[in-house]
Design a protein around this ligand. Sequence first.
Ligand code: NAP
Length: 305
Amino acid sequence: MEKMIIIGTGCAGLTAAIYAARANFAPLVLEGHEPGGQLSTTTLVENFPGFKDGIDGPELIMNMKAQSQRFGARFQFAGVSEFEPKENFVSVKIDDQWVDTQTLIIASGASARWLGLPNEKRLVGHGLTSCATCDGAFYRNVPVCVVGGGDSACEEASFLTRFASKVYLIHRRDTLRASKIMADRALSNPKVIPIWNSEPIEYLTDENGEVRGIKLQNLLLNQTSELEVKCVFVAIGHVPNTAPFKGKLDMDENGYLLQNGGTRTNVPGVFAAGDVADHVYRQAITAAGQGCAAALDAEHYMAGL
Ligand code: NAP
């Protein structure tokens, strides 16, 4: 029987791990299929308090992990595929093995949302990606496009101007959802060319099966056009990683876990923190705050408070 299992190693999971480890729970922290969460695929984080010149996302994550290990957190490269609430404890299936735990903190975050167009899965890694930080440098001096109108799309578009010859920013409306500072930064870059009121409807491929462009529908004019690009960067938001908990934990209609007093879920001993439960703020610092709260809530639960 574990005292505490934490699912996820983004800001929420690692902050929970620091607090739980310092409370002597020696939590078992599961790294999942995207270790480090969304910060591990970003560049400079300028809004995490305490770093006046900003800090690299991966560096921030590595620091948090090392900080938790210093106090006894244990890490395993594995994910949870199933979940069963029991009397006074819960069971999770880690790889192929069921493990019992007194408390569980779910901080499994959210993963990139895709457009749902034909051939999408096959094209990932062949001119289609959701991570500019990971793949941007492969596309030097060629045109690329970013799909989306939020902070992620603007951040990716600005970042890609370091490499690409042109960065088309394709948005389905004519105003960006992004914060003013991120929008201004992207749109003031001469390499960024916005394409408004347009939605991708097809990935175009060459004879080798690599992306050679994208077919767009102008939603106002109801016309289609083809745009030649070497890579499509999709940045249209995220979906929460809650599949193992469907039907067992309360969720909203989009699959986000519902919190019921602090970070508590509807199952005693199970807590939710960060983007897996938060579709409103979704910031590194709010996720970290929730991770702290989840560890404290779990500590109170174990103490019978
Ligand atoms: P988001 O704010 O949800 O924006 C998603 C964008 O994709 C929206 O513009 C949306 O269009 C568009 N979209 C959604 N589904 C689409 C579809 N099927 N086809 C075409 N377009 C579609 O997501 P995000 O940009 O990933 O940001 C998530 C959170 O992280 C936000 O809170 C953001 O502030 C934060 N963030 C912060 C930073 C930073 O501060 N450094 C960087 C990145 C992200 P509509 O606008 O029409 O809905």
